[in-house]
Design a protein around this ligand. Structure first.
Ligand SMILES: Nc1ncnc2c1ncn2[C@@H]1O[C@H](COP(=O)(O)OP(=O)(O)OP(=O)(O)O)[C@@H](O)[C@H]1O
Ligand SMILES: [Mg+2]
Length: 272
């Protein structure tokens, strides 16, 4: 058995009196895509923020390569190779592709040529990195981020993370605001990251997207791990049901039953 790149053991997270994550245990392996599914407010973003060093677990353990880690701040996570791409990837519309690629990378650590920003080299490196992911339409590093499509921005953000050595790539709903064609570009890039041996955590509300790239699936319901399964172990209907419908409808069914028990077996009547 291989050691997981990242592992959570019995992680809980509360904000004051509000318990958001309950006893989450999961593993993420190199070269695999873990799809994190769940309805709005289920705790997905809180979970990945915990992995990314934004939040600290209230209790429980996090391990990287089998060793316990404690992230005090996001930089601790990025230094260990955990890269998070947020929903609107490149949030610097007035920056060029080349410059945004190296944002936060220019100073001090071993980036000699970039101490005085070397535009030409930066552009070349950025364009090459993005094109190596199959996005050949980006061929000019001087173009502004604001002129890229949503899918291209996501692709650029992912290419950037991989270029700078990410081992774990966390994508919080990267396809949420995209059309079919753009989303498929992003999904293809996710598969390319996987092929390069990166562990990907992919959050989505779209079952089709999840099924297209996922090796493992974890479903959060109200902050608890409601199901965890491998590709092919559940049908699309079962996954959809688990994600939202099933739980919501079960709740509704229970409410109606309770109502009927206290109202001589009559179902609730619409209010006029
Ligand atoms: N800083 C905080 N303080 C208090 N409660 C919080 C905080 N952050 C998140 N929560 C609560 O935790 C729950 C889970 O939120 P979270 O953002 O993780 O959900 P999510 O699964 O990402 O939802 P969505 O699909 O809508 O993005 C919500 O009820 C939210 O209100
Ligand atoms: Mg969220």
């Amino acid at each position: 058995m291989t050691t997981p790149v990242l592992e959570l053991r019995n992680v809980n997270k509360s904000f004051g009196p509000i318990d958001v994550l309950h006893d989450i245990s999961l593993t993420v392996n190199a070269g695999e895509v873990l799809c994190l599914l769940g309805d709005n407010g289920a705790g997905k973003s809180t979970l990945i923020k915990t992995l990314a060093g934004v939040h600290r677990p209230t209790s429980g353990q996090m391990l990287m390569d089998g060793q316990p880690v404690l992230f005090e701040r996001p930089k601790d996570a990025t230094d260990r190779g955990i890269a998070t791409v947020h929903q609107f990837g490149g949030t610097f519309p007035l920056m060029t592709i080349g410059r945004s690629f190296f944002v936060g990378m220019e100073p001090t650590k071993g980036w000699g040529p970039f101490k005085v920003f070397d535009r030409k080299t930066a552009n070349e490196v950025a364009v090459k990195a993005v094109q190596s992911f199959g996005i050949t339409r980006i061929d000019d590093g001087d173009r502004l981020i604001g002129g890229l499509s949503g899918g291209e921005r996501q692709s650029l953000a992912i290419a950037r993370a991989v270029h700078f050595g990410a081992r774990v790539l966390i994508l919080d709903e990267p396809t949420a605001a995209l059309g079919v064609k753009q989303a498929s570009h992003v999904l293809r890039i996710v598969l390319e990251a996987k092929r390069r041996g990166i562990a990907v955590i992919f959050i989505t509300h779209q079952v089709t997207h999840a099924m297209a790239v996922g090796d493992h699936f974890a479903v959060l319901i109200r902050g608890a791990l409601a199901a965890s399964f491998k590709k092919g172990e559940r049908s699309r209907e079962e996954i959809t049901d688990l994600m939202a419908g099933g739980e919501a409808l079960a709740d509704l069914g229970a409410e109606i039953e309770t109502y009927m028990e206290t109202h001589d077996g009559h179902p609730p009547q619409p209010v006029h």
